[in-house]
Ligand binder design. Structure first.
Ligand code: PFF
Length: 462
């Protein structure tokens, strides 16, 4: 046994399977479920988007997650090292680099901005938010908040500082453990919200929007958005789930851990939609309001509830923690990178990366007031688009190619725990998904949306 694999055996492992699922779900469940999913559903035509999203989660998202967990557990390393260790060609470690730059810097930079909103809303819940929302002014409140740059930046800084503190002090694990209670609490408040939302007069139109697919709304843009959202929400394509997999014990079952993570994540997203859309229609708000949708709609629902202030505060508090466990998983990537690359102490690495991420995120924060813009989008939207519609699909595409075509046998061993788990039909389905369905689907969706498919078609039919 080489020294390296000897070391690998002593790598710290999750205490239990539940601990592992909680950590992976902690990274997966966050703003993506409560903030991003509903506003995309609203923007891309409702139920049809939900349907495509679910199909993508099952046939692309889950298979990619299984692949990332397998690579991680087999290599027992962080992404760049894992691809180096498992493949003969150093080219595959590009996936690790892509993940580090995209996740550890770009995604994290604007994630902090939205995370900051949760803090502002938590505080405002206790002061004037409910009164404003009761007067139908929650949209006005949101728009005036994001137009005051120094406020958005201040809350961004506060959220980033919390993430940095948890990552640097090593109490991140404690926070993850605390989420054992907070996630169910978030879940319960969501259920209460759904009840209130569904019982508002006129809620039916919202349910119809959310549940009755309108095929005419289907287009390349919505499919690409659903694809990106699947990867974003499940934390895929950045090597993060790969890293989590590297801490998974040999006797644990990857398929059940991945399925649990994906199901919990999807459930929270779907529930958020049930809380939001009936209320949007009942209150005459706009489903296509964009990134503010959740923050505009939910205070209005809380204002219609007994003890609304209390529930609103708790909701944004739990959402803050859900967001922090996700941003911790992202910050871990940049921190590890700085520790390894520049041989820094953990706390110094967190400081250095924190400053860079703050500056980068600052552009996103101030862009909400109108500029800077990139290609006609707010800077925040542009970074979000670039990460979710280009980098994450690309990372996942490469993971599928690697596992499906160059590393299939070892992956099957990982997934079946060296053949001790009964190899059932799902392994065959997984092989198809990871070799054929996922890579081809990602490629077509991507080429179609970027216009390259039309160019290719024109070229071929010359
Ligand atoms: N999955 C997180 C969410 O839905 O909020 C965000 C995220 C975390 C994306 C980690 C990507 C990632 F690697």
């Amino acid at each position: 046994m080489s020294g390296e694999s000897g070391k690998a055996l002593t790598r710290e492992q999750w205490g239990s399977r539940v601990g592992f699922i909680l950590a992976a779900a902690g990274s997966a469940i966050g703003l993506g479920n409560v903030w991003r999913f509903p506003y995309l559903v609203g923007e891309y035509g409702g139920a049809i988007f939900v349907l495509i999203y679910l199909l993508i989660n099952v046939f692309i998202g889950l298979p990619v997650m299984l692949a990332e967990f397998s690579i991680g557990r087999a290599a027992q390393k962080s992404p760049v090292g894992a691809f180096r260790a498992l493949s003969v060609s150093p080219l595959w470690s590009v996936i690790g680099w892509l993940g580090t730059l995209t996740g550890g810097f770009l995604v994290l930079s604007y994630y902090n901005v939205i995370g900051g909103w949760t803090i502002r809303y938590m505080i405002e819940s206790l002061i004037g938010l409910m009164d404003l929302a009761a007067e139908g002014k929650s949209e006005e409140f949101f728009l005036s908040f994001i137009s005051v740059r120094h406020q958005v930046v201040a809350y961004q800084a506060l959220f980033l500082a919390s993430t940095m503190f948890f990552v640097a002090s090593g109490i991140g694990k404690g926070i993850e453990r605390a989420c054992k209670f907070m996630m169910p609490a978030l879940f319960i408040i969501l259920l209460i919200l759904i009840f209130r939302s569904l019982t508002l007069p006129g809620a039916g139109a919202g349910l119809e929007f959310y549940l009755m697919p309108d095929l005419s709304k289907l287009n390349g843009k919505s499919v690409l958005a659903a694809l990106g959202q699947s990867f974003f929400s499940l934390s895929l394509g950045l090597g993060i789930m790969l890293t989590y997999g590297s801490y998974l014990g040999r006797e644990e079952r990857i398929p059940s851990a991945a399925t649990w993570t994906a199901v919990l994540d999807t459930l929270i997203a779907l529930l958020s939609g049930f809380a939001i859309f009936p209320a949007v229609f009942a209150m005459g708000l706009k489903p296509g309001a964009g990134p503010g949708l959740t923050f505009i709609t939910l205070p209005a629902v809380f204002a219609e509830m007994p003890m609304g202030m209390f529930f609103s505060f708790l909701f944004f508090l739990f959402l803050f923690f859900a967001a922090v466990t996700s941003s911790m998983s992202l910050m871990e990537v940049s921190t590890t990178f700085a520790i390894e690359k520049f041989k820094l102490k953990r706390s110094d690495a967190v400081w250095l990366m924190g400053v860079i991420i703050f500056l980068l995120g600052g552009y996103s924060a101030i862009s909400l007031a109108g500029d800077p813009k990139v290609a006609g989008k707010d800077f925040l939207d542009a970074v979000d688009y670039f990460c979710n519609n280009i980098c994450l699909p690309l990372g996942s595409f490469l993971v599928c190619l690697f596992v499906g075509w160059f590393w299939l046998e070892p992956a099957l061993k990982e997934l079946s725990n060296d053949g001790t788990l009964e190899a059932r039909w799902w392994l065959k389905v997984w092989i198809w998904c990871v070799r054929v369905v996922a890579p081809i689907a990602i490629l077509i969706i991507f080429l179609n949306e970027t216009g390259l498919l039309t160019t290719l078609d024109a070229w071929l039919s010359r």
